[in-house]
Write a protein that binds this ligand. Structure first.
Ligand SMILES: C[S@@+](CC[C@H](N)C(=O)[O-])C[C@H]1O[C@@H](n2cnc3c(N)ncnc32)[C@H](O)[C@@H]1O
Length: 306
């Protein structure tokens, strides 16, 4: 282990019930360089709640007593118990290990998103998606990606889709999930040329080249099909608002549009932009501070779980 005094980064990790994630992110966010959370396979708290691991990185040796006081205060407020707190220096080797390739598999609804190092590990009843994220966004661990994966799984429980568009595919994770889950053809669009290469490699590694076409460049009005009955776009508020008209235009009459990449306080603005295009909110999933919204055509404003 490195000399603690010269260690630049420390990792603090503990397990919490799923509903406590947002409160802990809010409590530790201001002090941490990064805060991540992911679900732990099959692990449940006594009342059946999903068990999540929360990890954050801090730049100096953490004050363990202060951290434990904060954890206890939030736990008291929520009436929950949390797991033991692990604090460890991040050595140079750990830093590589903390890289995307070595992250534990992430379980989201019917999907398990994992790196190539976990190839060969069986996950009965689940759809394993192998992602080598490299420099592209989309390991499944970000709340926006996991919200989209959950929304996709829930929609497919009710129906099938004929052709999907994944706008801002990043690592290709959502396109691959759709192709693997429903054997649905997907057009995956990405403006970042590096991500295009990464997404194409991941599509090959997951054996879905006949279903997923990765196209470079933005979402041009003339590109591809006239209509998609499933569109997913995990980008950011500003481009999502700017593209509201074009995306609504491309949504088939019976289609569903999944949007993510926004924070809770940006949600109203996004809903207003898509309502103005004749779409209605049809479902909502929230992970941490990140809502995932599902829209359908129609003016009835009724909402139900995605
Ligand atoms: C937050 S990442 C989402 C990646 C992946 N879909 C996921 O859910 O994990 C957003 C991706 O959208 C891409 N992007 C941003 N604006 C875009 C646009 N106008 N057209 C296509 N891709 C875009 C970015 O380069 C980035 O890879």
């Amino acid at each position: 282990m490195n000399d603690p005094a010269s260690t630049l980064l420390w990792r603090v990790a503990f397990d919490v019930p799923e509903r406590a994630i947002a409160a802990y992110e809010a409590a530790f966010g201001p002090f941490a360089l990064t805060v991540t959370s992911y679900s732990l396979e099959g692990d449940r708290w006594t009342r059946g709640e999903a068990r999540w691991r929360l990890e954050f990185l801090v730049p100096t040796m953490p004050d363990l007593a202060a951290i434990e006081r904060t954890i206890a205060a939030v736990a008291d407020q929520l009436g929950i118990s949390v797991g033991d707190v692990a604090v460890a220096p991040l050595t140079e080797q750990d830093w590589v290990a903390a890289g995307l390739a070595q992250q534990p598999a992430t379980h989201i609804s019917r999907f398990v998103v994992r790196g190539p190092h976990e190839r060969g590990v069986a996950h009965p009843g689940k759809i394993a998606i192998e992602i080598e994220a490299g420099l592209a966004f989309g390991t499944g661990r970000h709340e926006t990606t996991s919200g989209c994966l959950s929304a996709i799984a829930r929609l497919y429980r009710r129906r099938r889709f004929r052709h999907a568009l994944d706008l801002g595919t990043g690592s290709g994770v959502l396109a691959i999930a759709i192709a693997r889950l429903g054997r649905t053809p997907v057009t995956a669009v990405e403006i970042d040329p590096v991500a295009v290469r990464v997404a194409r490699a991941n599509v090959r590694a997951n054996g879905v080249t006949s279903l997923v076409a990765v196209a470079g460049g933005g979402f041009a009005p003339a590109r591809g099909r006239r209509a998609y009955d499933l569109i997913v776009a995990n980008i950011l508020l500003t481009p999502l608002r700017r593209m509201a008209h074009r995306l609504a235009e491309r949504l088939a009459p019976d289609g569903r549009l999944i949007l993510a990449g926004i924070l809770v306080d940006e949600e109203a603005a996004l809903i207003a932009a898509y309502r103005a295009q004749g779409l209605a909110l049809d479902g909502r999933i929230q992970r941490g501070a990140w809502p995932t919204l599902v829209f359908r055509r129609g003016s009835r404003g009724g909402r139900r779980a995605a």
